[in-house]
Design a binder for this molecule. Structure first.
Ligand code: PLP
Length: 453
């Protein structure tokens, strides 16, 4: 290992002294010191030692159009010059927020036509949770206050969002979850949780478990079912074939709102503009963030179907919810430009985009011959590589070996960002990735697997 430069060492010591990192195991950080990311262009990051790193995670699943896009810089500068800030409270708006709301209504599936802005995915989730409660109060069904979420789901880290999350490790430090949230299992992912069942039988089991939970709570008490179309932070786990339309049918049967948390699956990630379209369903609510601005600005939104927005809008009372930065003009201008770029460059739904997705799948699948690889899975430009000790029995490595973590570190040291959740390695590259860059990604992933084995 070469000696680090003085500026890196300086930053590392300042960081260790003063900076508390989110979602970080601090002993590991103390041991190796923070890696400073100082720049990014296209699909590559650059660290403070000048090393280029292919970002196979699009940051945190968000940089759809890649980094350093000059048009985005211009859009931000122009908006800031004209209207650096104003709020949306008390009957005001700004052209960027209004235009973006209309654009979101155009891109979201079906009857979704009203949008409330927030700044992060977690804020969107908390907002949706409150709006659902408000809706049922307005509808004269105040008993509907119970939410059904899923084991291993991730919905963010504010109090409500973390409570809705079914990753149980997130709860004890903060005395969560709050009341009124029910997590249903099994996690709907056949390879990992289906045991000896066929995919169809496993799907039956997952759907039945949701119906059982509704009946246990009492359908008249259930406000909404919330799920990520493809589970992301829980380990990139697509559902069994036919799962979502059956969940949608259950929601309709019992008059429960269907809420898709599309913070990851929104904005082209699955190959469609939204994951709910990919699975052929019509949610009542979609929460979104990340790809909405490709991460150039913090912005998120709750998009709602007609009845919810209509009930709220026709009420005589003031809706007492919102944020200082809801619909921030600069963030909205940047999101609008991001969507314009995605449309113009044909990043979603075009032949070129479909070919890129097919190439990604084909190349990733070449890794299935590796002794550590139990399953390769993809949906659009989301990829998962399941690490196993035994390919036939799917036996996992013991936790203490931390195989996923080791693989991630080998990737990072060799110029690739690939994330891990336990034994699942995850990929989510920018939608602009080229075939050559996909080749490089897969080559580096194979090297990391070899070094891990
Ligand atoms: N919902 C889902 C599905 C997510 O994947 C995430 C973040 O990864 C969030 C919500 C929270 O978003 P944020 O980190 O912007 O608060």
């Amino acid at each position: 290992m070469t000696e680090l430069s003085n500026r890196t060492k300086f930053w590392q010591s300042q960081d260790a002294e003063h900076h508390l990192h989110p979602f970080t195991a601090h002993p590991g950080l103390r041991e190796r010191g923070v890696r400073m990311i100082t720049g990014a262009k296209g699909v590559y990051l650059e660290d403070s030692e000048g090393q280029k790193i292919l970002d196979g995670m699009a940051g945190l699943w968000c940089a759809q159009i890649g980094y350093g896009n000059e048009e985005m810089v211009q859009a931000a500068a122009e908006a800031m010059r004209g209207l650096s800030y104003y709020n949306l409270f008390f009957m005001t708006s700004n052209p960027y927020a209004t235009e973006l709301a209309a654009k979101i209504a155009e891109k979201t599936p079906g009857h979704i036509n009203q949008v409330l802005f927030a700044c992060s995915g977690s804020e969107a989730v908390d907002s949706a949770y409150k709006l659902v409660k408000y809706y049922w109060n307005l509808k004269g069904q105040p008993n509907r206050k119970q939410f059904i979420a899923r084991e291993r789901a991730y919905h963010g880290s504010t109090t409500v969002a973390a409570s809705l999350s079914g990753l149980t490790g997130m709860h004890p430090q903060f005395d969560l979850p709050i009341e009124g949230i029910h997590h249903v299992g099994p996690t709907p992912h056949h390879y990992k949780f289906g045991g000896d069942l066929s995919e169809e039988e496993f799907c039956d089991q997952c759907v039945q478990a949701v119906e059982d939970k509704i009946l246990e709570i009492g359908p008249e008490n259930v406000a909404a079912f919330v799920g990520e179309p493809v589970m992301g932070a829980g380990g990139m786990m697509p559902p069994p074939e036919g799962y979502w339309p059956r969940i949608e049918a259950l929601c309709r049967k019992y008059g429960i709102l269907l809420w898709c948390d599309e913070v990851i699956t929104g904005w082209g990630r699955t190959g469609e503009w939204f994951g709910s379209t990919y699975y052929g369903i019509q949610p009542d609510i979609i929460t979104m963030a990340k790809g909405l601005s490709s991460g150039y600005q913090p912005i998120s939104a709750v998009a709602m179907g007609g009845d919810i927005a209509h009930e709220i809008a026709k009420s005589d009372e003031e809706m007492v919810h919102g944020f200082t930065y809801s619909g921030h003009p600069v963030a909205c201008a940047v999101a609008l430009k991001n969507i314009e770029i995605m449309e113009r460059e044909g990043l979603v739904g075009t032949d070129e985009a479909k070919a890129r997705i097919a190439y990604f799948r084909e190349k990733l699948e070449t890794l299935s011959d590796h002794p550590l690889v139990g399953q390769i899975r993809t949906v659009g430009l989301l990829g998962g590589i399941e690490l196993v000790k035994n390919k036939e029995t799917k036996e996992l490595f013991p936790d203490e070996l931390d195989v996923g973590f080791k693989c991630r570190e080998h990737c990072f040291n060799n110029g690739l960002v690939m994330r891990h959740v336990g034994n699942s390695m995850i990929l989510c590259p920018p939608l602009i990735i080229t075939n050559d860059e996909i080749d490089e990604l897969v080559e580096k992933a194979r090297l990391a697997l070899d070094l891990t084995a």
